[in-house]
Design a protein around this ligand. Structure first.
Ligand code: SAM
Length: 333
């Protein structure tokens, strides 16, 4: 295996791999999906994901996040996590293993996932009141189900437990203060994420984005916030605790305060394409090479060359901005 580490032509070291293991989802969140079935992309076998991930790890990846679609729908997930937990980074340590989920199936899967070797989960949740949540997910009973999943994850020790909320003005921005209370009550780190133009339909406008500054100001009016220092340069969230030190919230502001300069990520789609940026206009067919019989050294060489060409930054909101060919659910968030 080669000793080269993944870097790009802008001097960034890439150590964080996000792998979508299905683009199917059991939720139809209104800001993400149109509600129609739409295009579906193929899935690789679990062994194929493992082979590709191992090549990435041989190039310096230290953190793998499984996502989708909804990763808990994927058959073979537990076996995949078990095998990933056995892999070793170039430094000889275990991988950092995380998963992003809508939480709908987490109640039954949290403990088995922990036992298989998963370190932590991030649960997506866009409202803290049941009717708003169900209106967004378009699934009856979803709020109670996801809350049960969050509590099961905490009980299983999948910590720190993060809850991600995408805010859209006029849809769920009335939930901001409620989420601050929720973070404290449920002992979870709530992270607000600015809405990006990655939806299946056409909803995004600059005005619908609720910017970081507004979120901080609104929470601060109810519960005074204290900024926390970043733990590492590539940290995407601005973190805050409350004046009494209980609870944590974070704000991820890819639109109003882009962090591309510190990006350490690369993505693999469910059908085995490399995406070097959420907003890439091109994808790189890694799986096609595997299918054609490429050896691991050849796959590694292809990954190294592809990552070299990683985009400097996204161009959201600029004249001429083009949405990527795939939406978030088909890329892997
Ligand atoms: N189904 C899993 C889940 O719900 O977490 C994983 C896939 S989902 C696409 C990953 C994350 O992307 C979710 O937190 C979702 O809210 C977020 N997301 C979807 N569309 C988005 C957009 N246009 N801008 C920002 N985040 C988005």
């Amino acid at each position: 295996m080669p000793a080269a580490r993944l870097t790009d032509s802008h001097g960034r070291v890439i150590h964080d791999l996000r792998v979508s293991i299905t683009d199917r989802c059991n939720y139809k969140c209104i800001y993400c999906r149109t509600g129609e079935l739409g295009a579906q992309y193929p899935e690789l076998s679990i062994d194929e994901y493992l082979r590709l991930i191992l090549v990435f790890v041989s190039l310096g990846i230290t953190k793998v996040r499984l996502t989708g679609g909804e990763p808990l729908l994927r058959r073979g997930l537990l076996e995949l996590v078990q095998e990933l937990a056995r892999m070793r980074t170039l430094d000889g340590g275990p991988l950092e293993l995380a998963l992003t989920t809508n939480g709908h199936l987490l109640d039954g899967l949290a403990a088995p996932l922990k036992a298989a070797g998963l370190d932590r989960v991030t649960v997506s949740m866009d409202a803290v009141d049941a009717p708003t949540f169900e209106r967004i997910t378009r699934v009856p009973g979803s709020y109670e189900t996801v809350l049960g999943g969050i509590r099961a994850a905490r009980a299983a020790g999948l910590n720190p437990l993060k809850v991600n909320c995408v805010l859209l003005r006029g849809f769920n921005d009335d939930q901001i203060e409620g989420f601050a209370e929720f973070a404290r009550r449920e002992s979870v780190v709530v992270r607000f994420i600015e809405f990006m133009p990655l939806e299946e339909g056409r909803l995004w406008t600059p005005e619908i984005v609720v910017p970081l500054a507004e979120i901080v100001a609104r929470i601060g009016r109810v519960l005074p916030l204290v900024a926390l220092a970043p733990r590492e340069a590539s940290e995407t969230a601005r973190r805050y605790t409350f004046a009494d030190g209980v609870g944590e919230i974070g704000i991820i502001a890819p639109v109003t305060q882009a962090f591309c300069g510190a990006c350490s990520r690369v993505r693999l789609t469910s059908d085995g394409k490399i995406r070097t940026c959420l907003f890439s206009q091109v994808e790189h067919d890694l799986y096609g090479r595997l299918r054609a019989g490429a050896r691991d050294a050849e796959l590694a060489d292809y990954i190294l060359r592809t990552v070299q060409g990683k985009e400097a930054r996204h161009h959201i909101g600029e004249p001429g901005f083009l949405k990527p060919s795939r939406s978030m659910v088909h890329i892997g968030g």
